[in-house]
Design a protein around this ligand. Structure first.
Ligand code: ARG
Ligand code: GLU
Length: 696
């Protein structure tokens, strides 16, 4: 008994209940956190944050597109999100005559707002615990396959009932805690979303990849949209007769600003976290997967960069590709470093040993052992899986050949695709990447799993380099005219092309030998995780758990605070326009600000203009665009990043260095007025904590 007590006390000390600011809480259960929030400075009630009976803050938050968050800031459907969340839509409206990415875009009235086919925003109508319905009568004895099918059927029924209740409704049942709990989420989806404003990229993406995941940060990462609805205020397809959506709730904007220590919370849709998994998974990520993927991407980035710096046209072609490759590359570096620094693997192993000791004689006996076996069985296959994605899928010509193959019967689709491909293609880059990736593939994938196609080719040519030369000299996919000339009946030509042939051989290998094994083991691991999660909750009764992120609406709370990135250094939590001017350099693309901003600054008085701030809120990908709110629930900022030293927070949260990075909403207002000359938009916003006059 005594030993049990000690082990519980110890386990609490290691995986202690959400010290400080860890946690992404379900809004519907926020009443369980509200006392803690209030003790830390919050002046709201649980009902202010989430209610189904009256308008609450949740009614001003949306899932923007399929992976970002947005917030409503006027009673006429005006919405803020990040520039990088609106980026692809801004790009679609851009061409040589009006390059909105480069110059920014500002509608000067409703008639100038630009529609964005395909873009949706989803409001959460309600969330509801449906565990009892979904799991009714399902005991531990029920076979996993049968359980799955029962869960599926019951979920489908709940979803169809909930969706049928109104226009534009869409429902989902989501598993929380790996299937120990189920919640029904009912969304209302609006489809007529128009672009209202965006700063030039030299503001909205200021700092580019150089500053990405970093502090001090000076990015004006925002864009502005408006939701339109039918005359009945319900969702409707785009129509010029649609009217601005009238929300149940919109956020007030605080002009009071932030100071060190202020209470803040982030209300949004975090994508994925894995806080409760076994040490095996964390070890794999930090010691195997992240380092392997980082090494491959380091090569790709260097190759692209070399050609980009030699030629302006190539720089433009590859800037967006480079940004995509660099984003996760940098994040993984912080993640694996952070996990090592926190000693998370060893910490989890100790915890698991205590869990095992406790589990003796319970239904959880032997569980972790079984899981270790599953993880080790999965590892070589999962690594091959990841190598396939990072190497084969990184060779542009292979993916292009496959895309053309599937579009052969539709000439417009095929030609459109080919046009877009060649607009941004530079063959010398692809050739060098081919060589680097195929060499990396051979070194990284375990010998027994290598595709025969791969070993045969190496044997045939003697080197990857020779193989590459032959492929690029023979493939028609390097030649725009030849691709455009392909007709619907030219399947045989495509299928005997070496690029298509190679892609197809790798894909078949992947789909036959790799993916099915990974899928099967993942399923078993998930099942075991459900038990392990349940076991942990019984083992660790004092701990307050929060469900891992799954792109459902959450509240994270913390406070404004700097951090120490390294011995001897302390980062202050607030950045200002002065720092933009310090970084400004017309010769460095990432730091070349608009002349207009230089001129404004030169007039004086803008040194203190706030730009970004740091806080301790627990966020992850998907929280981009999320409102950062003050103690009264007023908007003070827009979340857009984390600092890279803290990106291990998807697995383990370190209150010392995990910081979310937000745009100060006052810099957004400054941009609307001074850069966009669009201060007419202020008329529909509600301000607190100061006068907007200063920004007009
Ligand atoms: N790191 C931020 C988020 O991931 C911003 C990404 C966009 N910016 C960029 N420079 N790639 O995922
Ligand atoms: N930029 C990220 C996003 O797009 C947020 C950064 C993060 O916390 O991962 O969601």
């Amino acid at each position: 008994m005594k030993r049990l007590f000690i082990s519980i006390a110890l386990s609490l000390a290691v995986l202690s209940p959400a010290r400080a600011d860890e946690g992404m809480w379900l809004p519907v259960l926020i009443s369980q956190r509200i006392a803690d929030m209030q003790a830390k400075g919050c002046r709201l009630t649980a009902e202010d944050i989430y209610s189904v009976n009256k308008a609450s803050l949740k009614d001003a938050i949306v899932l923007f597109g399929s992976g970002c968050t947005g917030e409503i800031i006027s009673d006429q459907g005006l919405l803020f999100t990040n520039h990088h969340c609106g980026y692809s839509f801004i790009q679609k409206h851009s061409n040589v005559e009006h390059d909105y990415l480069k110059d920014g875009f500002w509608a000067m009235g409703r008639d100038e707002e630009l529609p964005n086919p395909g873009l949706t925003v989803s409001f959460l109508e309600r969330m509801e615990d449906v565990t009892d319905i979904i799991l009714e009568g399902i005991t531990e004895e029920v076979e996993p396959a049968e359980r799955d099918s029962l869960v599926k059927v019951r979920s489908a029924k709940l979803v169809s009932e909930a969706s049928a209740k109104g226009k534009g409704l869409s429902a989902r049942v989501e598993a929380l805690y790996y299937g120990n709990q189920y919640f029904l989420f009912v969304y209302k989806i609006y489809r007529d979303i128009r672009l209202v404003g965006a700063p030039p990229s030299s503001i909205g993406k200021f700092g580019g990849d150089t500053d990405n995941w970093m502090w001090p940060r000076h990015t004006g990462d925002f864009s502005i949209f408006r939701i339109y609805a039918g005359k009945d205020n319900e969702p409707a397809e785009y129509s010029k007769d649609n009217v601005p959506f009238r929300p149940k709730k919109s956020l007030r904007i605080s002009l009071a600003g932030v100071s060190d220590g202020d209470f803040t919370f982030v209300y949004g849709c975090p994508g994925t976290t894995r806080e409760y998994v076994l040490s095996d998974e964390v070890r794999y990520v930090s010691e195997v997967s992240d380092p392997a993927k980082i090494a491959l991407r380091t090569q790709r980035l260097a190759i692209q960069k070399k050609y980009m710096s030699q030629d302006q046209a190539v720089r433009i072609k590859y800037s967006s590709k480079q940004a995509n490759v660099a984003n996760a590359w940098k994040k993984w570096q912080g993640e694996s470093k952070g996990i090592r620094k926190m000693n998370t693997v060893a910490g989890k192993q100790e915890y698991e040993a205590r869990f095992d000791e406790w589990a003796g004689g319970t239904g959880y006996e032997g569980l972790t052992r079984k899981m270790h076996r599953l993880y080790s069985e999965r590892e070589p296959f999962f690594l091959a899986y990841e190598y396939y994605n990072e190497t084969v899928r990184a060779i542009e010509i292979l993916n292009f050949a496959s895309a053309i193959h599937s579009r052969l019967r539709n000439k417009d689709a095929k030609d459109g695709y080919a046009g877009a491909f060649f607009k941004d293609y530079y063959q010398p880059i692809d050739e060098e990447i081919f060589t680097a990736m195929m060499e990396g593939f051979g070194e990284g994938v375990s010998k027994g799993l290598l595709p025969n196609y791969y070993t045969d080719k190496l044997q045939e040519y003697g080197s990857v380099e020779a193989w590459k030369k032959d492929l690029f000299s023979k493939s028609l996919f390097t030649d725009r005219d030849k691709v455009l000339a392909l007709g619907p009946d030219d399947k045989a030509i495509v299928e005997t092309d070496p690029a298509y042939e190679m892609f197809d051989a790798f894909r078949k290998w992947f789909e036959t030998y790799i993916k099915p094994v990974v899928d099967r083991l993942n399923k078993e691991i998930n099942l075991a995780n459900r038990q392990y999660m349940k076991g942990q909750m019984e083992f660790n009764k004092e701990k307050v758990f929060y469900p891992d992120a799954n792109l459902t609406l959450r509240v994270a709370y913390g406070h404004v605070e700097g951090y120490s990135p390294a011995d001897g250094a302390w980062y202050k939590p607030v950045s200002t326009l002065k720092g933009i001017i310090e970084k400004d350099n017309p010769d460095i693309f990432d730091y070349d600000i608009p002349q207009k901003l230089r001129d404004l600054y030169a007039k004086g008085g803008l040194d203190g203009q706030p730009v970004c701030f740091l806080a301790t809120n627990h966020t992850t990908g998907g929280n981009s665009g999320s409102p950062v709110l003050n103690a009264d629930g007023d908007l003070i900022g827009i979340n857009f990043d984390r600092v890279w030293e803290g990106t291990m927070s998807d697995y383990v949260f370190d209150p010392e260095v995990c910081r979310n990075v937000s745009l100060d909403v006052r810099y957004l207002l400054f941009n609307i007025s001074r850069i966009g000359n669009a201060s007419y938009l202020f008329k529909e916003m509600k301000f607190t904590g100061g006068s907007i006059k200063k920004y007009r």
